[in-house]
Design a protein around this ligand. Structure first.
Ligand SMILES: NC(=O)c1ccc[n+]([C@@H]2O[C@H](COP(=O)([O-])OP(=O)(O)OC[C@H]3O[C@@H](n4cnc5c(N)ncnc54)[C@H](O)[C@@H]3O)[C@@H](O)[C@H]2O)c1
Ligand SMILES: O=C(O)C(=O)C[C@]1(C(=O)O)C=C[C@@H](O)C=C1
Length: 367
């Protein structure tokens, strides 16, 4: 079978560009993948890691002859990069980006591209707090939602090319209007990041913080993992989506004030009802790290605190030909063992793994 693309150029081979490159190379989606960017040592590492086949130092040289160009830079430089590469693009080439904010980029890009070149905004809803190609992962996008933001001006050929890319890397495409996209991510991505940073800083500014912070267990760690993300990237995202983020911060403040006042005035019924509402909504989310799966069947199993315990559990499932779509260690404390949540795409895989692990003596339940 011939590859989907002849030459893919990735401008900015960092965490996301590198993960895309690794997925494209590993799945043979392009005859060649060329990287280009601002840091030479990062580009060398990208070749070593199999994220690109080779690199060109100048973006203009990298994009020449590419049928698909992916701009995976911080959002503040997406448009300057586009302006720089435009004169060097081959006729018929399709450009997409991976930026976390879409409206500003998409509308400006559409004004800039000349006839024969198309731009389709993209945003994979998967990532991590790491940055640079060193943190790249070829499986990052598998089963993740990949938002694309075509407009009335998007050509069918360009839209189809980006959809082939998304399907090829194992992600699930969702089409959204750019403005609706920006409000959605302000709510489920940008506000959470803002709050994680505020939470960490609230504690770190206490005079007793040196004593308190090391005590942090799952609660603080789970709610603040993302605060370890790249500050410059998040500054750019906040500023690019400023109005929607401010809107969400105001909504948050209203909710915070109501909750605070209920605690201050001993309104225990209200406090309980708010906690119950949050539990109901949060428990209703399919528990997985990359985004939503339309349907996820899960089991929860207890494993002992021993080397290889997790490997033995997954080997039982592999031996029975059962495919795991998601896995998470819920609790591990020294000497106590842990609980593992395992997700499957089908109910029959859930049922099969439940029976198998029970037979093998595990304490297991369906979730
Ligand atoms: N990190 C995440 O979780 C995540 C998830 C989805 C989307 N995104 C978006 O993906 C984009 C990249 O984020 P990342 O996490 O991969 O960041 P990163 O820092 O890991 O990678 C960015 C890359 O762009 C390069 N670069 C910077 N300025 C450049 C320029 N002027 N010309 C060419 N290359 C340049 C850098 O050298 C680096 O290799 C951002 O727009 C971000 O909003 C990030
Ligand atoms: O999982 C993480 O660490 C992420 O921050 C990923 C995450 C998010 O869920 O907010 C971050 C930014 C992106 O634009 C998309 C996804």
């Amino acid at each position: 079978m011939s590859p989907e693309f002849n030459r893919v150029a990735i401008v900015g081979v960092g965490l996301i560009g590198g993960s895309l490159g690794m997925a494209i190379c590993a799945r043979g989606l392009a005859r060649e993948v060329v990287g280009t960017g601002s840091r030479l040592e990062n580009l060398r590492l990208a070749v070593e890691m199999g994220a690109v086949h080779y690199f060109k130092e100048k973006p203009a040289d990298g994009v020449a002859g590419a049928d698909l160009v992916i701009i995976a830079t911080p959002v503040s430089v997406t448009i300057p990069v586009l302006k720089e590469i435009l004169p060097h693009l081959s006729p018929g080439s399709v450009i997409t980006d991976v930026g976390s904010v879409k409206a500003g980029i998409v509308y400006q890009a559409e004004e800039l591209v000349c006839s024969g070149i198309s731009f389709v905004g993209g945003h994979p809803m998967a990532g991590s707090e790491r940055s640079g190609v060193a943190g790249a992962d070829p499986y990052l996008f598998e089963n993740a939602y990949y938002l694309i933001t075509p407009t009335a001006r998007t050509g069918a050929h360009a839209l189809e090319a980006v959809k082939r890319l998304v399907a090829g890397i194992g992600a699930k495409v969702i089409e959204m209007d750019p403005d609706r996209h920006d409000l959605a991510v302000a709510a489920v991505s940008h506000l959470p990041h803002f709050l994680a940073a505020v939470l960490v800083n609230t504690i770190s500014q206490m005079p007793e913080s040196n004593e308190i912070l090391p005590l942090a267990a799952g609660g603080f760690r789970d709610t603040t993992r993302i605060a370890a993300g790249n500050p410059a990237m998040w500054r750019d995202i906040f500023m690019a989506n400023r109005e929607r983020l401010l809107h969400m911060i105001r909504r948050f403040r209203t909710e915070l004030d109501l909750f605070e006042s209920a605690i201050a005035h001993d309104q225990t019924g209200y406090v309980l009802s708010k906690l119950e509402e949050a539990r109901r909504v949060r428990s209703g989310l399919p528990a997985r790290s990359k985004g939503y799966l339309p349907c996820l069947f899960e089991i929860v199993a207890a494993i002992p605190d021993q080397p290889g315990a997790l490997a033995r559990l997954t080997a039982h499932l592999a031996g029975a030909g059962i495919n795991i779509t998601d896995i998470e260690i819920l609790r591990v404390r020294e000497g106590e063992g842990g609980t593992v949540r395992v997700g499957f795409a089908t109910e029959s895989e859930q049922e099969g793994s439940y029976r198998l692990l029970k037979e093998k003596g595990y304490t297991v339940r369906k979730r």
